[in-house]
Design a protein around this ligand. Sequence first.
Ligand SMILES: NC(=O)c1ccc[n+]([C@@H]2O[C@H](COP(=O)([O-])OP(=O)(O)OC[C@H]3O[C@@H](n4cnc5c(N)ncnc54)[C@H](OP(=O)(O)O)[C@@H]3O)[C@@H](O)[C@H]2O)c1
Length: 357
Amino acid sequence: MKIDISYSDRVGFLRTLKQENKSIASARSMHYTRLGSTGMQISRICLGTMSFGNSEEWMVEIEKARPIVNRALDLGVNFFDTANVYSKGRSEEIVGELLKDHRDDVVIATKVRLSTGEGPNNEGLSKYHIMDQVKKSLKRLGTDRIDLYQTHRWDYSTPIEETMLTLNDLVRQGTVNYLGTSSMFAWQFAKALAASDFLGIARFVSMQNHYNLCYREEEREMIPFCKDQGTALIPWSPLARGFLTGRYKRGGKVDTARYRSDKYFAERFFKPEDFDVVERAEEIAKEKGVTVSQIALAWMLHKGVCAPIIGATRVEHLEDAVSSLEVKLSSDDMKRLEEPYKPHRIIGPLPIPEPAS
Ligand SMILES: NC(=O)c1ccc[n+]([C@@H]2O[C@H](COP(=O)([O-])OP(=O)(O)OC[C@H]3O[C@@H](n4cnc5c(N)ncnc54)[C@H](OP(=O)(O)O)[C@@H]3O)[C@@H](O)[C@H]2O)c1
């Protein structure tokens, strides 16, 4: 069946299907996969929770987050991502509260590295900062273990051996199950894995990088390297912060809370070449009778990504994402989707600091 609907009709459309008890998402069963080369099973959609909290206008507090998490659990999502810095820890508190009755059925991922306050030891990947932050994350999450503990960017001032030995201690003591990391240059990731292998200790098993139909620079080095190493790819902002949903039109007026208050959104997307990509996705979405976001996520799932980390501020966003698991793309569809892409400046890794003069 082909359904030709505009964005503005989409939410109503999903609601109507739901009322008729024919929700696309609930009619399907969740897909699971191993997190890279580990034995731990994760849902192929991860619910990111940077949107839970109160530090910016576009985020949602616990009353609005609750139905999203409950629906995620209903649909079989078992993988949830947060960070110590999201809304200064409020995101971790919300995740802890909403998942407390499901702790042994879910995989909780959080992060450490970015600044948590004034002072030289309130950021980075030193033993000092990691040991301080892991205790605080556990407390906010209301749990005795973190399933996936991720470093949130490279730390240019701490030897990687110190970081990996500290993280390995957390694994050995059972505080952390697996280690993961996030956006960095491929040479840095290679250095971290080599350090772990040389020391014979736990290595990073996942890479949370910036990857979507409008930002594909990771295909040059990082993604082939991760595939070679059996590292799980769990990209962030798979819908380019909402740009890849078809709701933003070329030359149209842009006035969403996220556009107004997310400082990275406007400067990263909205270029003519980004509209070329989203318009191509729209074309294919129309042909298949699905939404643009489903096409953008399906493309990624067809590229060998383990689980995109999606963001949601409404239940419908989550349902739409889960429905993408059922969308099949041919090699011709994939080629057409990729064809308009133009290289972008690097987004994600922290730049190499200038040497002190
Ligand atoms: N490691 C890192 O450095 C890093 C960086 C960024 C994010 N992350 C992780 O990645 C997660 C996702 O990031 P993100 O929020 O940027 O992801 P995203 O999936 O690219 O964008 C999510 C936004 O897209 C819009 N959206 C989603 N589905 C939609 C639909 N069906 N129709 C219309 N709009 C829809 C919503 O925007 P509105 O809310 O405006 O409606 C939603 O908040 C975060 O929660 C976090 O866990 C990690």
